[in-house]
Design a binder for this molecule. Structure first.
Ligand SMILES: Nc1ncnc2c1ncn2[C@@H]1O[C@H](COP(=O)(O)OP(=O)(O)OP(=O)(O)O)[C@@H](O)[C@H]1O
Ligand SMILES: CC(C)(CO)[C@@H](O)C(=O)NCCC(=O)O
Ligand SMILES: [K+]
Length: 240
């Protein structure tokens, strides 16, 4: 099977074998041209010869149509995931026409009907979602640390582009430190507040920035890098 995750910044793919083990995977920046990027990958995908392609996309109908057009040339059956608020593995109270497919799949990949869970995705946006015994209660969306920094750079005169690191939440004494520490604190503080409000929820984090952020969270955090892929596998297992 071939699995695609079309995110806002990157396209990720995984090739898995019959028993679900990852044979190969990669992530590439698509610069808002995922269909063109896929075009360049079709030779590789053809060589993989998967019998099915399962797709998560948060790119919207227009770009998805272009992606479909590109994938059609492969003659391999493919299908986009559609969020299902009444899925047998997890019910959701969220507006299912709006809920991002990546968010939903990450939850589907993590959900355990015996637990209360807080699933945090740290990609282009940071998402925090609460699940109570396989019922999604809703959540929050934040700009990532990098998007927050860009908005300060572009919205102010005296804060100029700099390459600091996000490594502390202590108060800063320079602009660079104040910016990086303030941004990191905005996300860490929110996570700590939400986990304080929901003390019995297991905190699970995934995504490229999970390691940076989780270091400052004052609760035990379970880091998982396989949630979206696991969600895709669970989704297509149930739909067949
Ligand atoms: N090789 C890499 N390229 C880009 N980002 C990376 C890379 N390695 C780690 N990251 C980190 O991962 C973060 C992005 O996380 P993730 O991969 O979960 O989302 P994304 O692919 O950028 O977002 P989306 O899934 O919305 O496209 C970036 O902010 C960056 O810090
Ligand atoms: C929040 C993001 C950007 C996270 O990748 C994505 O899941 C998305 O575009 N969601 C749509 C809005 C929503 O989930 O309510
Ligand atoms: K938008």
């Amino acid at each position: 099977m071939l699995w695609l995750d079309l995110g806002n910044t990157r396209l990720k793919y995984w090739l898995t074998d019959d028993i679900g083990q990852i044979v190969t995977h990669d992530a590439k920046q698509h610069l808002q041209a995922p269909a063109e990027l896929l075009m360049g990958l079709t030779d590789r995908f053809e060589r993989f010869a998967p019998d099915f392609i399962g797709i998560s996309s948060v790119l919207g109908n227009e770009l998805n149509a272009k992606v479909s057009e590109t994938l059609s040339r492969l003659n391999i059956p493919f299908e986009f995931v559609h969020v299902d608020a009444a899925h047998p593995l997890m019910k959701s109270q969220y507006n299912d026409e709006q809920l991002g497919c990546d968010r939903w799949l990450q939850m589907l990949g993590a959900v355990d009907k015996k637990k209360r869970q807080c699933v945090i995705g740290c990609g282009t946006a940071v998402t925090i979602d609460l699940i109570d015994h396989a019922e999604h209660l809703g959540g929050y969306i934040f700009p990532s640390i990098y998007l927050q920094r860009e908005s300060l750079f572009s919205g102010t005169k005296q804060i100029t582009i700099s390459n600091g690191t996000f490594d502390s939440v202590g108060q800063g004494m320079t602009t660079q430190d104040a910016v990086h520490r303030g941004i990191l604190l905005s996300i860490v503080g929110a996570i700590n507040e939400i986990s304080h409000r929901h003390p019995n929820f297991e905190v699970i984090m995934t995504g490229g920035d999970a390691a940076i952020i989780s270091q400052h969270v004052n609760r035990p955090v379970r880091l998982r890098d396989d949630l979206l892929l696991n969600g895709l596998a669970r989704y297509f297992d149930h739909s067949k």
